[in-house]
Design a protein around this ligand. Structure first.
Ligand code: UD1
Ligand code: CA
Length: 450
């Protein structure tokens, strides 16, 4: 059964155990902030709308939310009075009228999109409340799920639980879905009559049941409920996410010679028969077509790598690097915002930025595009089949025509027509026998070692 869903991400926590100047949800795993990750699962789940509840003085969190999802509604929880109180800050979004409201915590990065969808589906299927539950090895601190058969009767916070209830290992993972049509009615009925004097979101279960609604558990492995509260847990979450990403890549037909040394981003797209050597790091926005090889120790971000291309070892591809079929980018080469056409080679020690490189062009070792004058960036255009000699500086804006040659060591400041040769360096001077007469000078003879 389908229906509309509003997602509310609770992101009001300071995260003091991070020992950081910035709020917890702005810390990253797999290159994404915790908040972006939570919102990413909302996007993937194709929910109609999202809202974020941020803490006071957390403009940066709201900014990050809007960067990731421009249409998001942001609310500030000025006083920390419990999870239900936090959700109620998004009252006007809830009042817009959705079939389900899913509440996510901003600091649980291992939750799968599928789980978010299962919770919404349970409510669309008729449940009043659906709660993500898991069996905890050590349930201390978690809310316990009190069940009867398939039904959820109540969630008891650890601090409020009896000894018998504390024996229960089925725990609340935090995330839950509520009937969207009745969410405000449920939330408004929650009181703070408990050990922590907080408005618990978990009380929604008993309120819903008192109203004759059904509450259910959506069970997940314990790992999915894992929350990040300190840097150690941040590193653990990173390791789990990287492992998942590597497994996906391997299953899809990518060779990772040493998988544990390759770091992927959640959006890294890699074609079949791509080989990735050890110690390669991917930032966001990378697409690699079939059969390409990424040699060891390369760093790649915001780049497209064409079919059969070869990159590295020790290459750096920055945003806007677009390599066509069979391009070769070799060791110690940096490419930024540059389109490199089919079969072109930039084999050694170069910087190619804000440029176009034509098909089959050969860029010699040490070629630099001088794209920046300290204020503005300028474009270098290198034609198809051009041959740029080693250690040339191409001072942009400048064009090297198709099939043209640039002599080694040139500093090219003017356009070079197609099929021309440009040499822009001092002429070589040769003085026969000069070295002998130099060494024979009296002052040099006196210094000569015996
Ligand atoms: C909560 C659940 C508990 C569950 C556990 C899972 C409640 C009452 N309890 O407990 O059943 O087992 O998570 O980790 O929901 N927050 C706000 N504003 C507030 C209070 C909390 O935004 O006023 C946010 C926090 O920043 C955090 C989340 O809500 O992201 C959970 O709050 P927290 O205080 O950590 O709840 P727990 O006691 O861990
Ligand atoms: Ca918590």
């Amino acid at each position: 059964m389908s229906g509309t869903t509003l997602a509310i991400v609770l992101a009001a926590g300071e995260g003091t155990r991070m020992n950081s100047a910035k709020p917890k949800v702005l810390h990253k795993v797999a290159g994404q902030t915790l908040l972006a990750r939570a919102l990413g699962s909302v996007v993937k789940a194709r929910f109609a709308k999202a809202a974020v509840v941020v803490g006071p003085n957390h403009q940066a969190v709201a900014d990050e939310a809007r960067r990731v999802m421009p249409g998001v509604d942001c609310y500030v929880q000025t006083e920390r009075r419990g999870t239900a109180h936090a959700v109620l800050q998004a009252r006007s979004s809830i009042a817009e009228g959705y079939d389900a409201v899913v509440v996510l915590f901003g600091d649980t990065p291992l939750v799968r999109t599928e789980t978010v969808q299962r919770l919404a589906a349970a409510v669309h299927g008729g449940a009043g409340v659906a709660v993500m539950g898991f069996h905890a090895k050590d349930p201390t601190g978690y809310g316990r799920l009190l069940t009867d058969g398939g039904e959820l009767l109540a969630i008891r916070e650890h601090k409020d639980a009896t000894d018998a209830e504390r024996q229960v290992t089925l725990c609340n993972g935090g995330m839950m879905a509520l009937s969207g049509r009745r969410a405000l009615e449920l939330l408004d009925a929650i009181d703070d009559n408990n050990a922590q004097k907080e408005f618990y979101l978990t009380s929604a279960v008993e309120v819903a049941r008192a109203e004759g609604m059904l509450a259910v558990v959506v069970e997940v492995p314990e790992l999915e409920a894992f929350g990040v509260n300190d840097r150690l847990q941040q590193a653990m979450a990173e390791a789990v996410i990287q492992k998942r990403l590597r497994q996906e890549a391997l299953r899809s037909g990518v060779t990772l010679i040493a998988p544990e040394t390759v770091f992927l981003a959640p959006d890294t797209k890699i074609g079949r028969d791509v080989v990735i050597e050890p110690n390669v790091v991917f930032g966001p926005g990378v697409v690699i077509d079939d059969g390409a090889v990424i040699h060891a120790f390369s760093h790649i971000e915001g780049a497209h790598i064409g079919k059969g291309a070869s990159v590295g070892p020790f290459a750096r591809l920055r945003p806007g690097a677009d390599l066509a079929v069979d391009v070769k980018v070799g060791n110690f080469v940096e490419v930024k915002n540059a389109k490199v056409a089919e079969g072109a080679k930039i084999s050694h020690l170069s910087y190619i930025g804000d440029a176009t490189v034509g098909a089959e062009a050969n860029i010699g070792a040490g070629t630099i595009t001088c794209n920046y004058d300290g204020f503005r960036k300028f474009v270098t255009e290198i034609g198809a089949g051009a041959f740029v000699g080693s250690n040339s500086a191409l001072v942009a804006p400048v064009k090297i025509g198709d099939g043209a040659y640039v002599g080694s060591g040139s500093v090219v400041t003017k356009d070079v027509p197609a099929n021309a040769l440009a040499v822009a360096r001092g002429h070589q001077m040769v003085k026969a026998g000069w070295a002998d007469s130099f060494r024979a000078r009296p002052e040099n003879v006196a210094k000569k070692k015996t």
